[in-house]
Write a protein that binds this ligand. Structure first.
Ligand SMILES: [Zn+2]
Length: 281
């Protein structure tokens, strides 16, 4: 009798082969990106020089890739931009360019799985004076996970990000803004929400996203956007010069809180610089 495979066995075989192929592509891509990353790293002389200046202007631990933050003027109106769910190959660099052109900065709440896939983008965000923060490993509802599940999400995410930046994230934006006492107790970072929801993911419309910001912006606000949607890039380009004209300085979440002398502890929940909820055990 011939030893032939039946249909089910063939399907399983094809499935296994495709899984192996996808893993191969992923590994080649990641190792190539890590190689490029090493090539473009700052020299140790540059790092030393930056460290000296950094010591004078910030207390943040910036790991092996220190950048030179531009100073925020606390006398001015401040507004923090935040981008969730990235980094994205298509959009994140375009947003960095727009921010730089307008002397603005932002916080990028990254998913660990995307950070692992695009280490070069994590590095660019960090080195361009913007802030790398966390948004879990793969966007689950943390309130459904329990203590060990939340810990796993944080550890996996921090491994991916710290392998590039040299340090764990200092701020977490919980997916869907969903928080309970287990999340507050387990996460070792302050939890950052937002005071202006642009709904950019829903409208996918640059004008509507820009309008949501311009109509509501006030001193101390934290704006929620997503760097995985192309219309958001256009909205950012559109809105930055207008905000500057209206007297706003656009900065990272940490810069905003530092400028307003808000010191945070694990489990604290921040909606804006004017709206902070302290964690009570
Ligand atoms: Zn998200």
């Amino acid at each position: 009798m011939k030893n032939r495979l039946n249909k089910g066995q063939v399907a399983v075989l094809i499935l296994m082969l495709s899984v192996i192929a996808v893993q191969g592509v992923y590994l080649v891509r990641t190792s190539r990106e890590m190689k490029n990353l090493k090539k473009s790293s700052a020299t140790s002389a540059e790092i030393q020089k930056n460290r000296k200046i950094l010591k004078e202007i910030t207390t943040h631990d910036l790991g092996d890739f220190p950048f030179l933050p531009k100073r925020v003027d606390p006398q001015k109106k401040l507004i923090a931009f935040s981008f969730d769910d990235g980094p994205s190959r298509k959009n994140t660099e375009k947003i960095l360019k727009a921010l730089d052109k307008n002397n603005a900065r932002a916080t990028f709440f990254m998913l660990g799985q995307n950070a692992k896939y695009y280490p070069d983008l994590v590095k660019k965000v960090s080195e361009s004076g913007n802030e790398v923060a966390g948004h879990s490993w793969n966007h689950p509802l943390l309130t459904k996970l329990g203590k060990s599940g939340v810990k796993n999400q944080m550890n996996q995410m921090n491994r991916a990000i710290s392998s590039v930046t040299g340090s764990n994230v200092g701020l977490l934006r919980p997916p869907y803004g969903s928080i309970n006492s287990t999340v507050k107790k387990t996460v070792k970072d302050p939890l950052i929400l937002w005071s202006i929801d642009t709904l950019d993911w829903k409208t996918l419309n640059a004008d509507k996203t820009a309008d949501a910001i311009l109509k509501q912006a006030k001193d101390g606000d934290i704006i929620l956007m997503h760097d995985i949607h192309a219309p958001t890039v256009e909205a950012v380009k559109k809105v930055l010069p207008k905000l500057e004209k209206n007297g706003f300085q656009v900065c990272t979440v940490s810069e905003l809180l530092e400028a307003r002398n808000i010191e945070l502890h694990p489990g604290d929940v921040v909606v804006s610089a004017n709206d902070v909820y302290r964690y009570k055990k």
